[in-house]
Write a protein that binds this ligand. Structure first.
Ligand code: ADP
Ligand code: ZN
Length: 214
């Protein structure tokens, strides 16, 4: 199964993609995670990408397309993939269709107000990469799963969040129409799921995604 997860920053794509990838036994490939690792390790790709990622701007298409082409050629992608964060522009989508076109595209739709609250409260564990909202943490700086240190991503600062949402609406939202035209789109509207403690529950989103793929 070749799958794409689309959705604005803060939609819960990363969490859902990890769960669905494990369930379907296909590798979960997050281009955001790959870029952050490249930046941390100072690779040539990381050096080129750094200023864009930190400013909440998209990294140029050519860099991403090469990175994803190489990743999809690895043996673990033989039975498919689950791409999270790619494609983010129509140009990237067209390139992917020439490499290994997806079977289905899951779009997780969340209104901007909810996204802003989630992103500003998001913390990431430096050890296990788990993400949690401050509202659910006993101690803001300690990972509830592994005890590692929790930090705020540089691009989760308020100025950068606004930038990322604008970039999403301008450059990535058009992909919804692109894949709808191919008959591959599966829409997940979180506002239609039960709202508990002010938000939808990850397990309900997970079930809705699996149901949409049947
Ligand atoms: P988000 O929470 O915004 O979905 P990601 O972890 O997916 O974050 O991506 C973080 C940053 O990495 C983006 O803001 C962008 O700078 C860069 N990036 C990730 N994927 C792509 C892509 N497909 N094209 C261009 N830039 C990308
Ligand atoms: Zn952890």
């Amino acid at each position: 199964m070749k799958l794409i997860f689309l959705g604005p920053p803060g939609a819960g794509k990363g969490t859902q993609a990890a769960g669905v990838g494990a369930h379907l036994k296909v590798p979960h490939i997050s281009t955001g995670d790959m870029l952050r690792a490249a930046i941390k390790n100072g690779t040539p790709t990381g050096l080129k990408a750094k200023s864009y990622v930190e400013g909440g701007q998209l990294v140029p298409d050519a860099i991403l397309i090469d990175m994803v082409r190489e990743r999809l050629a690895m043996p673990d992608c033989e039975n498919g993939y689950l791409l999270d964060g790619f494609p983010r522009t129509v140009e990237q989508a067209v390139a992917l269709d020439g490499i290994a076109a997806p079977d289905a595209v899951v779009n997780i739709d969340v209104p901007d107000e909810r996204l802003l609250a989630r992103l500003a409260g998001r913390r990431v564990c430096v050890k296990c990469n788990g993400t949690f909202n401050v509202s659910k943490l006993a101690d803001e700086s300690v990972c509830p799963v592994c005890g590692g240190q929790m930090i705020q991503r540089d691009d989760d600062k308020p100025e950068t969040i606004a930038n990322r949402l604008r970039v999403y609406h301008e450059q990535t939202a058009p992909l919804i129409g692109y894949y709808e035209g191919q008959g591959k789109l599966r829409r997940i509207d979180v506002e239609k799921l039960p709202i508990i403690d002010g938000d939808s529950r990850p397990e309900d989103v997970f079930k809705a995604i699996l149901a949409s793929l049947e």
